[in-house]
Design a protein around this ligand. Structure first.
Ligand SMILES: NC(=O)c1ccc[n+]([C@@H]2O[C@H](COP(=O)([O-])OP(=O)(O)OC[C@H]3O[C@@H](n4cnc5c(N)ncnc54)[C@H](OP(=O)(O)O)[C@@H]3O)[C@@H](O)[C@H]2O)c1
Length: 327
């Protein structure tokens, strides 16, 4: 297959590009700042149709992952960039698909599991309640939900003749790359800070990289899947248990708990938002289960043990390389 990854230079795009390349597919990444990579990278501005659009003509699939990172303080300038970068890139991809003589069979559009309501009791499959006006959530959490809704609407507004559109409502994808979400969480645990944030009841939805890339391959192949699809492991869990598993997997007996005010201070210092750890995201994979998708890592205990093992192997291989020793 020829697969075009718009905004494919980041965390998620790199996982997918590696996976498809290893499977013998042709991978093209669209980037605003092309850098050398094992796959072809083509320049685009993530906003207007240009020469890059020719890459989509005759391609099998396009995945759109582009957008300003949400890992920042949500002040007015960043909020505007988070929203506008996603809408502009999605509209540009849509216009490019429409202009193709032979459009891609499938367009996988990034969305997020954050679109669902803050929820402790109810697990949300694709028919679940969307967020934005929960009485027990701070008003400022509505922003992420509004972005997700507008992002999906920008894709579904495109009139597609021959292209299947899937909206990937993805939970946190866990892998061991440097700077990944898992790398950051494990660093907290390693420094004895991986205790319970807030009251610890908020759910974490997550997905192991191995299942993420297999699920994306299924979305490409299975013509029954269109519209919103949750990409999340079937067993989200409260964050207290989530960190307990991670501590156990790494071999740390204690982790300092963090009260809400400590999290606010920490988030301010780390230039991020507490919503990322305080919103309860209880999201389950309804459509994937309907079509019989089997998770290799359905529960966090097994997934975290595997990820810690991979993390240690990757870091010790890296240390050997840095010292110039034979591997
Ligand atoms: N990571 C997760 O677990 C997760 C979960 C749910 C949803 N998502 C969503 O999935 C998408 C991909 O996630 P990711 O973790 O790979 O994100 P990422 O590492 O931040 O990468 C996103 C890519 O978007 C491009 N980009 C950055 N700022 C931009 C801007 N202002 N305008 C246009 N393009 C811009 C960048 O490519 P260039 O600089 O090369 O142009 C970057 O490589 C994101 O939209 C994210 O919100 C991620």
């Amino acid at each position: 297959m020829k697969i075009v990854l718009a905004g494919g230079s980041g965390q998620v795009g790199t996982m997918l590009a590696r996976h498809f390349l290893a499977g013998g597919d042709e991978v093209v990444v669209l980037s605003r700042a092309p850098r050398p990579a094992p796959w072809r990278t083509v320049a685009w501005d993530a906003a207007t149709v240009g020469a890059w659009a020719e890459e989509l003509d005759g391609a099998d699939a396009v995945l759109n992952l582009a957008g300003r990172s949400v890992d920042c303080r949500y002040h007015a300038k960043n909020r505007r960039a988070i929203l506008e970068s996603r809408l502009a890139a999605t509209r540009a991809v849509g216009a490019a698909v429409q202009a193709c003589a032979t459009p891609p069979r499938v367009w996988l559009q990034a969305s997020t599991a954050t679109i669902y309501a803050h929820s402790h009791e109810i697990a949300h499959d694709e028919s679940g309640q969307l967020g934005g006006d929960e009485p027990d959530a701070p008003a400022k959490w509505a922003f992420s939900v509004d972005v997700a809704k507008a992002w999906e609407a920008a894709a579904t507004a495109v009139d597609l003749r021959a292209t299947r559109l899937v909206l990937m409502r993805t939970a946190m994808v866990m892998n061991v790359d440097r700077g990944s979400i898992f790398d950051v969480l494990l660093r907290l645990v390693r420094f004895g800070l991986g205790g319970t944030p807030g009251d610890g009841r908020q759910y974490v939805s997550w997905l192991h990289e191995a299942d993420f890339v297999r699920a994306v391959s299924l979305l490409l192949a299975d013509g029954r899947l269109d519209g919103p699809v949750n990409l999340a492991a079937p067993a989200p869990l409260p964050i207290a248990g989530f960190f307990e598993c991670l501590r156990r997997a790494y071999g740390r007996s204690i982790g300092l708990p963090a009260a809400r005010w400590m999290l606010e201070l920490g988030a301010f210092l780390m230039r991020t938002e507490t919503e990322l750890v305080l919103k309860s995201r209880r999201v389950v994979p309804g459509r994937l289960r309907q079509v019989g998708f089997e998770f290799e890592f359905p529960d966090w205990r097994t997934a975290s043990a595997d990820l810690v093992q991979r993390w240690r192997a990757a870091r010790s291989a890296g240390a050997v390389r840095q010292r110039g020793l034979p591997q």
